[in-house]
Write a protein that binds this ligand. Structure first.
Ligand code: BGC
Length: 770
């Protein structure tokens, strides 16, 4: 058998052009098995005898290419026939060289060349094998994809498709030997403490490993709900839902050389044409040039995706119908495992918005948004939404992969980056962003019970915590804070809030939280000494935090966020907790039952209000329909979560995405409090059922496909009673805590339940509260 190929074996071209490679080979009779192992730098699409190999999109996915690239494995037995066969490969820039980052996307891992590493292994009935691999025997040519850049679009000139003749322009590849390339991922950098050097990209050092998480696939197709023609020849398709995806174009009767242009957007101008201003420098425009006269033609892009609800089609031969432009929703293909609905419509709408925002922002990595010149793995967004996502989807391997992305990009000094795989922003990461290093693996472990995520990432988690614990600010002030050299800017703080809170304490709050999580992880892994050390440090920083930031029964800033963060991270001394919770509740009331929080503290507000006896107030905030609120977004046309509470009013051409999952963290409260289900032991081996029905809500239905089987928590108010139906799956135990008001009692199948926690063994139960 031929040995595996070296990366240098087959490469050609520049990043700005697209390559296609082709190999003819012969298959003998009695083939029993055929597998392809493949990867690329950037993306690749394989075809055997003109049929696409696999159903994955944007392979090999996004990793820190300076360290690692995934390979994919395909069973292609059914695509081959005895005799002559042809294997074709198309290469595109993908995340590798298409340009990333705001301001024109000038950050890239490489200027090229594009590379393919591909090995087809044939196994015959007699046990003999053959290998067809990417090497200099292939023929190559420029492909019909004449341009592709993740943010800007894909241009396809169908006239350039290979026709199987000498005129196709196939040539023999030039084997380049450019194993090293200096790669600068950081532009002019204003961040402090940064001594970022150009990374040297060295193919020999890059790990090529099997893909860990499911691939990106089409998970749904959508037809437009309306097609309008706001300007002659401009057809606007409204898919009724903001999403990440591509469109499939079908032209019933083509006109030779006609260019069909597709502009993608989340929004419309008043005149009904698409509004791309908030995509900033991203052009989000695909182009297709027809190859025939009068024939039907079909096309969809191979190397990118867009964030969109609307598509404006220009240059279509004739008048397009809903059949001609079909949206394909794409994301990392994890399966849904949680379902929630309630009797209050606004909750269902917000829930749907959050779910769609997850689907739009899980494309190999968790992105901040899917549409503008960004689409990056911002850590703050990820850590805020990770728990919500674990209730929704079977997403364990996606987060396990992201935890590795964080560790792969981590600086040798221990600091991590705001964006992972690292890109655009130099280190160190800011408070609440860097702490995703701990929060992502820990939360994923809590939900799915797989300890390997802690084992694999413990050193990376510890290095980030140590970075904070030994930082000069910790030495100076006794607690970590991030700052610029002028001590004026302390990080992103409670990002894009209604009322700003001081940023400095957020550094300490997250340092304490991260030390606490590290201690827990150490405990799980049997590192008793380290568990004690980090728990003691968390305690020590807690004392310092209260010394520095607590005054007059309030935390510095006195905002909702300023009080919520210490309350959520166990920093507030026991006897003061009701006081601090009341500060938050009073402030909410002073804002006519509205929140004033940003990305970070919005995750905490409803849970803390409920914890400390303000559940009805939490419900008012949750169902509020005036600004600022989740309901306000939903009532004003949002089908995914906005980046800003007032996205409808602010900066039409600036930082203003309509598809950011951070504010989606509200749904965590639906599951943990309205339905009342949360893990106690990792993976729901033991779990809590403790619904908190607020005044005004009559029904909640929640089901969750845990590793042990379905968990159910449904409740309904009927004739003055509350009926609760729960299911506890095999091999688990539930702690049932009932929402008993004074004078109420509960019974299970006629038997009165005692107050406090009842242990429920596997089974389905009906409980009556009256
Ligand atoms: C991103 C955010 C991110 C933030 C950091 C923005 O441009 O879209 O979601 O967390 O920068 O402050």
């Amino acid at each position: 058998m031929e040995s595996r190929l070296d990366w240098d074996g087959w490469n050609y071209g520049r990043a700005s052009s697209l390559d296609a490679g082709s190999q003819r080979f012969s298959v003998k009779n009695n083939l029993v098995k055929a597998r392809i192992y493949a990867t690329g730098l950037g993306d690749y699409v394989l075809k055997i005898n003109n049929q696409k190999v696999g159903d994955q999109l944007l392979a090999p996915g996004w990793t820190d290419y300076l360290k690692k690239v995934y390979y994919q494995t395909y069973d292609v037995t059914s695509l081959l026939k005895s005799g002559e066969n042809q294997l074709d490969a198309f290469l595109g820039n993908g995340w590798w060289s298409g340009g990333l980052g705001w301001g024109g996307g000038f950050h890239r891992y490489s200027q090229g060349p594009l590379r393919l590493l591909c090995q087809l292994e044939l196994t015959y009935a007699d046990g003999s094998t053959e290998v067809i691999a990417s090497n200099k025997d292939w023929k190559i040519r420029l492909s019909p994809v004449i341009y592709d850049a993740m943010y800007h679009g894909e241009h396809y000139d169908a006239r350039l498709e290979a026709k199987g003749t000498d005129a196709d322009g196939w040539v023999t590849p030039v084997v380049l030997n450019d194993a090293q390339n200096p790669t600068t991922l950081f532009g002019p950098n204003k961040d402090p403490n940064v001594g970022e050097k150009a990374d040297i990209f060295d193919m020999k050092k890059m790990e090529v490993v099997a893909q860990e998480a499911p691939p990106i696939r089409v998970t749904e197709t959508k037809k437009a709900v309306t097609v309008t023609e706001p300007k002659p020849g401009h057809f606007v398709f409204d898919f009724g839902q903001n999403m990440a995806g591509i469109v499939h174009l079908s032209i019933p009767k083509a006109t030779y050389s006609q260019e069909v242009v597709l502009h993608f957007a989340e929004l419309l101008h008043e005149d009904g044409t698409v509004a791309q201003e908030n995509l900033r420098s991203a052009k989000s425009t695909d182009r297709y040039i027809c190859k025939s006269n009068g024939e039907a033609e079909e096309w969809e892009p191979m190397f990118l995706y867009h964030g969109f609800r609307y598509v404006e089609v220009v240059g279509f031969p004739g008048k397009p119908t809903v059949e001609n432009v079909i949206a394909k929703v794409i994301h990392t293909d994890f399966q849904p495992i949680g379902e929630f609905s309630a009797s209050e419509e606004i909750l269902n709408k917000i829930y749907s918005n959050a779910k769609w925002t997850l689907k739009s922002n899980a494309l190999s990595i968790p992105t901040d948004c899917p549409q503008r010149d960004e689409r990056l793995g911002w850590m703050g967004d990820a850590q805020i939404f990770v728990a919500s996502s674990c209730y929704l989807m079977d997403i364990n391997s996606f987060w396990a992969k992201y935890a590795r992305d964080i560790a792969d990009s981590q600086h040798p000094s221990g600091y991590v980056y705001d964006v992972n795989p690292k890109m655009v922003v130099g280190g160190p990461s800011k408070p609440a962003w860097g702490d995703a290093t701990l929060i992502v693996p820990w939360t994923t472990y809590e939900f799915f019970g797989d300890k390997r995520i802690l084992e694999k990432n413990y050193e990376s988690m510890k290095a980030w915590v140590e970075y904070m614990n030994t930082h000069t600010s910790t030495k100076k002030a006794g607690i970590y804070y991030f700052s610029d050299p002028d001590e004026k800017w302390f990080g992103y703080g409670d990002w894009v809030p209604v009322v700003a809170s001081p940023g400095k304490p957020i550094g300490g709050a997250y340092q304490i939280y991260s030390n606490t999580l590290l201690a827990k992880a150490a405990h799980v892994l049997g590192k008793t000494k380290e568990a004690e050390t980090y728990a003691a440090l968390a305690k020590q920083y807690t004392t310092k935090y209260n010394e520095l930031y607590f005054k007059d029964n309030n935390y510095e800033g006195k905002t909702q966020a300023a009080n919520l963060m210490p309350l959520s991270f166990g920093i507030v001394p026991e006897k003061l907790k009701p006081v601090i919770a009341k500060n938050v509740a009073d402030d909410v009331k002073a804002h006519q039952d509205h929140l004033t929080t940003g990305f970070i503290a919005s995750q905490q507000i409803l849970p803390r209000l409920t914890d400390y006896g303000y559940n009805d107030l939490a419900y008012k905030v949750a169902t509020q329909k005036t600004y600022p609120s989740w309901g306000y977004m939903a009532e004003n046309g949002a089908t995914t979560m906005w980046e800003l509470w007032n996205s409808d009013k602010e900066r039409p051409e600036g930082m203003n995405s309509r598809n950011h999952f951070a504010y989606g963290s509200v749904i965590e409260w639906y599951f943990r409090y309205l339905a009342g289900v949360e893990p106690i032991e990792p993976g729901f081996k033991t779990f809590r059922i403790s619904p908190k029905p607020p005044k005004g809500l009559n029904r909640v239905n929640f089901s969750y496909q845990s590793l042990y089987g379905p968990i159910v928590s449904n409740w309904e108010r009927k004739d003055g009673k509350l009926i609760l139906n729960v299911t506890v799956p095999p091999n688990t135990v539930a702690d049932l805590e009932l929402p008993l008001q004074a004078g109420q009692s509960a019974s299970l199948e006629g038997k009165k339940l005692k107050k406090g926690v009842s242990k429920l063994q596997p089974g389905s139960y009906q409980i009556l509260i009256q």
